[in-house]
Design a binder for this molecule. Structure first.
Ligand code: BG6
Length: 515
């Protein structure tokens, strides 16, 4: 691991990291993939960084019958290779318990209530409970209703000081109507302040840094508008395919899986107005305002669509041959599901009027790459035209989200020598090189915030509703097959129609690079 860079003096680092209070976390769907791959490793990192309270425990819940010991064994392999000392590993795992039952059986919730009371006493939990829905979305209403009916939605009789929180994984509905239905259902039992809707992109360090970058500096905000910005490109490209999740993905597609949530969240952070304070509601208010300012998306008409879809065919990614989407295990033979969405959006407000935002997200592309790229306008007049330098590249600012996390700013400078030569230079920094540490896993931050009761990085009900409303026309047109489903070979950079969308405006997608 590289040393922390000398240019970052201790005094320069403003840290506001708070330890979790005593807390019992109850995970529904605990024997599943999410618990093993994300939740447990993230809790381990918090534990290693001393951010978990001594009064912490996790009570897993699932249909599969498991003893506490078997549950710990099942989780143990998720800790392998993470450099945990044996004593710490044992202590950490000893905080995991399991209760099995059927999600629609009131007896399960009665058993949970009794177990929570017992474990609270064993671990001295006095402050918080978190209920985490890591079950398939079809089960959310069942679990939520039963939690409410068992009284587990309220401050427990044995005096936990904060109301319990409910963590809901995406997908949060599959359109405006189902999202509203789910919100109403949850709202019967839990107040909005108790509901934590996860969008794991908001837990990524570099996504959060968009806010710091914009609002903790004075030099960028004055140029962060239509007077200086030519256009913005937002990219979430993945080289992976649907993996083992075809059952879910084939009923979802890139628009629901990535665009409605992760892409629109990145867009709002990059474009919203400065909130008055770093306060959950102030930030979430600005995000909703921004979402409401997005111009309705054209799916067709005389000017052509502003949004396009495609799916991958067989190709080559990361040096190996991979099947097309229709040949993935679990995909329906007549599937019309898109794996790539490209769009041009506009934000109709004073700051952004008529600045195009080009968004693209796809699976099985040439390379994994997530970034926000801001291209500024060209100089209004080139005084170097007389020496043959009329067209100079515009300045670009790239907020690199993953896999190389950092920021790069390109500008023109004189190349050394007697002649008038201009080169494009890039000033860049890389997080892990500079801070000497790997960025924390997104879930780490989100789980900690949830235990602390800080909802800043979670989606509020109105934001979810507005984002679905924005996509309502697109979902409808696509469901009726009113727009073509294009194709691209796996390993591509893009697809032809998406290229034409941006080229029609005289611009190009930024290259993804090679795998
Ligand atoms: C999830 C999607 O929300 O995000 C997946 O359901 C996608 O389909 C994943 O692969 C991407 O997350 P990340 O953190 O790897 O960029």
């Amino acid at each position: 691991m590289p040393e922390i860079h000398p240019s970052i003096r201790e005094l320069d680092i403003l840290c506001a990291e708070t330890r979790a209070p005593s807390c019992g976390v109850v995970v529904f769907g605990a024997s599943g993939d999410l618990t093993r791959r994300k939740i447990v490793p993230s809790l381990l990192r918090l534990y290693q960084r001393d951010l978990l309270h001594e009064g912490f425990y996790l009570l897993g819940c699932g249909r599969q019958e498991l003893s506490d010991v078997a549950f710990r064994e099942h989780l143990a392999e998720a800790l392998d290779g993470r450099g945990v000392e044996p004593a710490l590993r044992e202590d950490f795992l000893s905080r995991f318990y399991y209760t099995s039952g059927s999600y629609d059986d009131p007896a399960l919730y009665a058993a949970l209530a009794a177990r929570i009371e017992e474990l609270d006493r064993t671990h001295g939990v006095q402050e918080a409970h978190v209920f985490y829905l890591a079950v398939p979305p079809g089960l959310y209403p069942t679990v939520v209703d039963h939690l409410g009916e068992a009284g587990l939605n309220r401050v427990a009789g044995h005096d936990c000081s904060r109301p319990p929180r409910l963590v809901v994984e995406k997908p949060f509905g599959r359109d405006q109507a189902t999202a509203e239905e789910l919100n109403n259902r949850i709202g019967r039992h839990f107040a909005e302040s108790q509901v934590y809707r996860i969008d794991h992109y908001l837990g990524k360090e570099t996504v959060q840094n968009i806010l710091m970058f914009r609002f903790a500096n004075t030099i960028f905000e004055p140029v962060w508008n239509r007077n200086f910005v030519d256009h913005v490109q937002l990219t979430i490209a993945e080289s992976v395919g649907v993996e083992h999740r075809a059952g879910y993905y084939d009923t979802s597609g890139a628009l629901r899986d990535m665009f409605q949530n992760h892409m629109l969240q990145m867009l709002t952070l990059a474009t919203m107005e400065p909130p008055a304070s770093f306060d959950a509601e102030a930030i979430r208010d600005e995000k909703v305002k921004l979402l409401r300012s997005i111009r309705p998306i054209r799916v067709g008409g005389p000017w052509g669509p502003d949004i396009l879809r495609a799916r991958y065919t067989a190709g080559r990614v990361d040096g190996r041959d991979v099947p097309g989407y229709l040949d993935e295990r679990g995909v329906q033979p007549d599937s019309q599901t898109e794996t790539f969405v490209a769009a041009r959006l506009f934000v109709d407000n004073w700051r952004w009027k008529d600045v195009p935002f080009y968004l693209r997200t796809g699976k099985r592309l040439a390379r994994k790459l997530t970034e926000v790229a801001i291209t500024f306008k060209q100089v209004p007049h080139s005084m170097f035209a007389s020496v043959g330098l009329a067209d100079m590249p515009a300045n670009q600012l790239i907020l690199k989200i993953q896999p190389d996390e950092g920021i790069a700013l390109s500008f023109q400078a004189k190349r050394p020598g007697a002649k008038t030569c201009i080169s494009t230079l890039t000033m860049s920094f890389n997080y892990s090189e500079l801070f000497g540490t790997e960025a924390p896993e997104a879930y780490e931050r989100l789980l900690l915030d949830c235990m602390l009761g800080d909802p800043t990085l979670f989606s509020r009900q109105d934001a979810v509703q507005v984002s679905w409303a924005l996509l309502a026309g697109v979902l409808e047109a696509w469901a009726k097959a009113e727009a073509p489903l294009h194709e691209y070979p796996a390993g591509s950079q893009s697809f032809a129609e998406a290229d034409r969308l941006i080229q029609a405006d005289g611009r190009l997608w930024r290259p993804l690079g090679d795998s």
